[in-house]
Ligand binder design. Sequence first.
Ligand code: NAD
Length: 369
Amino acid sequence: MAKDTLFLLPGDGIGADITVAVRQVIAWFQAAGRTDFRVVEGLIGGAAIDAEGTPLSDATLAEAMAADAVLMGCVGGPKWDGLPFAQRPERGLLRLRREMKVFANLRPAHVFDALAESSTLKTEVVKGLDIMIVRELTGGVYFGEPRGIETLTDGSRRGVNTQVYTTPEIERVARVAFELARTRAGKVCSVEKANVMESGVLWREEVTRLQAAEFPDVTLSHMYADNCAMQLVRAPRQFDVIVTDNLFGDLLSDLAAMLTGSLGMLPSASLGAADATGRRPALYEPVHGSAPDITGKGIANPLAMILSFAMMMRHSFAMEANAALLEDAVRRVLDLGVRTADIASPGHISVTTQAMAAAVVGELGKSSV
Ligand code: NAD
């Protein structure tokens, strides 16, 4: 049988360092016989502009589309900030997401006990937090037509964006949320503004219909987006899976992410439609950017990247045991007090990117005996 291909795109800035780090972890799984990936590396973002004159070449895109999963670092940096918008490193990532048609963005907000004190909220509010936000990524007001800015006859201007959702768009992202809930605590909270938006009324009706028809075992609740923002700060542990549209998901996933305290800890996954074999196009990446302020210092936190690899094993390859093993190794490393500078508090000596990865590999080694 052909090996599964894992396509690595380090990108720019700290992307190179965190990719070297995740490669240490991947190498451990391969050597332990727990995975058998063909690992291929490519260029995206500023690195691709420098080498190939474009932030995502057609050849790289073709490799990404053919791969079983893509693991990306981050793109961008001051070196390319002067380029016209259409040629910037970030366009490579946007093109990749668009071409892969990844419509469901999964953003876990998980608080490791050892880091509960780094949250801006009280420890007792966030301790044990484990939420998954599923954001619709390719529709809604960011893409709806008509859009634009026009000048009216009286000389004033009018800006227009349109919120549009269709039954299939709502159904496919809701299905991802219900399927995820089945592997977790079995609860989905669907979030919209059905009180003031027709697209929200449709969203609520379609999600309700799908749950009744296909997921009666999953508990469904509904919440208005403004209330959800309040509840995420007031009592975030009430949630298991939240499913919402592109705009509300953009805001709520950043809000939920910050409950956990650090950008360097946050993984993400973006999934497309399953083919006949059940395999989905899938792009995994840390939530953070290329961190130009610490690039080259060797101190970036690689855990968001490493946890993105854990998500990949779970969601693309059904390797739940491997994913749990890796997440547990990360938890134990944090319990031991190993910290990169971004998550270090007084009393902790901070370690380098590669030392953090080595510590995770060390814990993996212990768990396998
Ligand atoms: P950023 O996420 O790169 O950095 C914000 C702050 O968080 C910085 O102080 C940085 O040092 C810190 N930080 C981020 N990741 C860290 C890590 N793993 N370990 C330790 N500290 C970390 O956001 P920014 O500064 O707004 O953007 C910098 C560049 O990254 C820009 O060019 C931007 O366009 C790009 N960007 C890319 C992505 C992506 O590739 N998905 C996302 C956001 C920003």
